[in-house]
Ligand binder design. Structure first.
Ligand code: 5GP
Ligand code: MN
Length: 341
């Protein structure tokens, strides 16, 4: 049963409590930022035994965040990750709405006797937590963590380390405050974070103007050779195979944001980015404008989900068949694709 009694939850967050904070696999700025933001605040409030445990490692473009080198990943340290999870009194599940999104952590979280707290903003949340602080209208999980900490009132001000991480979560998940998920509260929180000592220009610089040359060259290749427009459906499609990624010394995070280029083409309301994974299957990212609901498309056809205008999924079919499947689905959304607004 879901409980939203903050006083009861606060009573579990004692200075001796063993706390583990988790986020979804292939963590993005919001997953890492909300986790580390909560981590710094709980530590600052005097709780000693707090860890961030993620399924896999933090991409290079986010590894500057304060505390990122203290993160334990299942990918690199499965034994420790599982030990902390199974010994925890409270487990926070941040930025995911289904336990399957915690990847290799799922089994241990499921078996744990800890109190589970889910803080999230994805569509169609599953009921797996003791406490669910879920708002599908929120711009980011970092925004929700900020309000959660205000309401919890741990008796100390947010330290700048926490503020920096939460601001990064909000900035990355809102596309620097440009997506329609940006609401007045988002900007109010950003202002309060600045009041508390956060330096936005430094955060932008470290997050966005800190690229490897090979990542920019991959972007150049995609824009000149790989961006396809399916004009009948106002749709842009990019695909990248493992061989292509290898040519550009691909590292995790290097394709972050590519899907947005498709959506920036005039008249395009759906953009799909298809990338072959190390295991061979195709990971898919969807972005849309207006009424084109990519959460539904990803959930119904590609084992995924997410938000109305940003979602992810996968295809186990070969590339050509994946593209054909996508092409066959689009007519079902013809109305939205031709009148997104
Ligand atoms: P991205 O395309 O940046 O990987 O993800 C876009 C949004 O969809 C994010 O909020 C992410 O959490 C969500 N998402 C990405 N991949 C999946 C997936 O495989 N399953 C589900 N349920 N959500 C996903
Ligand atoms: Mn998020």
């Amino acid at each position: 049963m879901i409980n939203t009694d903050y006083i009861e939850l606060k009573s579990e967050l004692t200075s001796q409590a063993r706390i583990v904070i988790t986020a979804h696999k292939s963590p993005d700025g919001d997953a890492v930022g909300s986790s580390l933001g909560l981590y710094h605040m709980l530590r600052f409030a005097g709780i000693r035994d707090v860890r961030v445990v993620l399924p896999d490692s933090v991409p290079q473009y986010l590894d500057w965040m304060p505390g990122s080198n203290e993160i334990i990943t299942h990918e690199n340290n499965a034994v420790e990750a599982e030990r902390f999870l199974s010994e925890a009194d409270v487990i926070f599940c941040l930025d995911y709405s289904a336990l399957s999104r915690s990847g290799a952590l799922k089994k241990t979280i499921q078996a744990s006797k800890a109190t589970i707290v889910n803080i999230d903003h994805h569509q169609e949340p599953e009921d797996f937590a003791n406490y669910a602080i879920v708002d599908t209208q929120a711009s980011s999980t970092a925004e929700l963590v900020y309000d959660f900490l205000q309401r919890l009132d741990l008796g100390v001000e947010l330290p700048p380390s926490a503020g920096t991480c939460l601001y990064t979560g909000i900035v990355t998940d809102t596309g620097s405050f440009k997506y329609s998920s940006t609401r007045p509260r988002t900007l109010e929180i950003a202002a309060r974070l600045m009041d508390s000592g956060v330096k936005p220009a430094e955060i932008y610089d470290k997050s966005f103007d800190n690229n490897k040359l090979s990542k920019l060259k991959l972007q150049g290749y995609v824009l000149s050779e790989k961006l396809e427009i399916w004009s009948d459906y106002n749709t842009a499609v990019i695909n990248l195979t493992k061989d292509e990624l290898d040519k550009f010394d691909y590292e995790k995070g290097d394709t972050e944001g590519l899907v947005n280029y498709g959506l920036s083409v005039s008249g395009i309301v759906l953009s799909v980015f298809i990338k072959q994974s190390d295991e061979g299957y195709f990971k898919m990212s969807f972005r849309s404008k207006g009424k084109v609901n990519v959460n539904t498309i990803a959930r119904s056809y590609f084992e995924g989900g997410g938000h109305i205008n940003a979602a992810g999924g996968r295809s186990n079919l070969p590339l050509e068949e994946t593209l054909r499947k996508l092409k066959n689905i689009l007519p079902l959304y013809e109305k939205e694709l031709h009148g997104a607004f």
